[in-house]
Design a protein around this ligand. Structure first.
Ligand SMILES: [Fe+2]
Length: 260
């Protein structure tokens, strides 16, 4: 199984040349699924969502999505409070708790963005108890499969995240739950910086894979890029690709056998 992991598209800040090159690179090999870990738009406008939808459908691959903090309307305050995911649901996906299974892989997503937070920076995120119960039930029902969880905000500390502090309410509890559920792979975005972090507990390793921004000009100490995940016979292979001088190149890889 081949999965394309994109994040932080931020339509509204996208250049046509990069979009064209990304589509061409993704199409070089057939893929089973495109996962987008949030921030499809810059301001949450219908116009930006429409462009994101056109991009997704142009890939001609099934897609699996969770929203990010930029997918809640920035300027339409009434909508932000009363119906924050109305436009996201119209153009991207109906469910805020998406799930997907194929062969020996199961995937669940949760929404970590919030319209309001008890923090000066509402770009931060949160994981609720309800979302953890949902994940626990889902993964328990798919015992024996490779487990993948998708969320926009990182709940882990990556090797290079010191420059990109993200506050996620409930992250400590969520991290423990992810370990207890023996999730194999957690896909995140938000920090616009690709990284691979392995967390081990009780002999089980969880990989936290962060993606750079695939299309936005809003770079943070790293080029645009995306991740390719191949899963075969219980082995997860990850390639982080970066866009440099008009070409996507693999800059980091990891291969890990999943443990049951
Ligand atoms: Fe974000």
């Amino acid at each position: 199984m081949r999965i394309i992991h994109l994040s932080d598209l931020h339509f509204g800040t996208v250049t046509d040349a990069l979009q064209r090159d990304l589509i061409a690179h993704i199409r070089q090999e057939p893929a089973d699924l495109v996962i987008v870990s949030g921030d499809f738009t810059q301001t949450g406008s219908a116009e930006e969502f429409k462009k994101a939808h056109e991009f997704l459908t142009s890939l001609d691959i099934p897609y699996f999505c969770v929203p990010g903090n930029h997918d809640i309307p920035r300027y339409k305050w009434w909508h932000r409070i009363t119906d924050p995911y109305r436009v996201y649901k119209k153009y991207i996906a109906q469910s805020l708790f998406p799930m997907w299974e194929k062969e020996n892989v199961c995937i669940a997503g949760i929404n970590t963005a919030r319209p309001i937070l008890p923090h000066w920076n509402w770009a931060n995120g949160a994981v609720s108890m309800t979302q953890l119960y949902y994940l626990e039930n889902y993964f328990w029902a798919h015992t024996g499969k490779v487990k993948i969880c998708v969320m926009h905000h990182p709940i882990h500390i990556s090797e290079n995240s010191h420059s990109f502090k993200t506050v996620v309410f409930g992250s400590g509890r969520a991290m423990q739950a992810i370990k207890d559920m023996k999730v194999d792979l957690v896909l995140t975005g938000h920090v616009h910086h690709a990284s691979i972090t392995q967390v081990e507990e009780d002999g089980h390793k969880t990989i936290f894979l962060s993606a750079s921004t695939a299309l936005s000009t809003r770079l943070r100490m790293q080029k645009n890029g995306y991740n390719i995940i191949n899963i075969h016979d219980g082995v997860i292979n990850i390639d982080i690709c970066a866009y440099e001088n008009g070409v996507f190149k693999c800059i980091k890889s990891l291969s890990q056998v999943t443990q049951k």
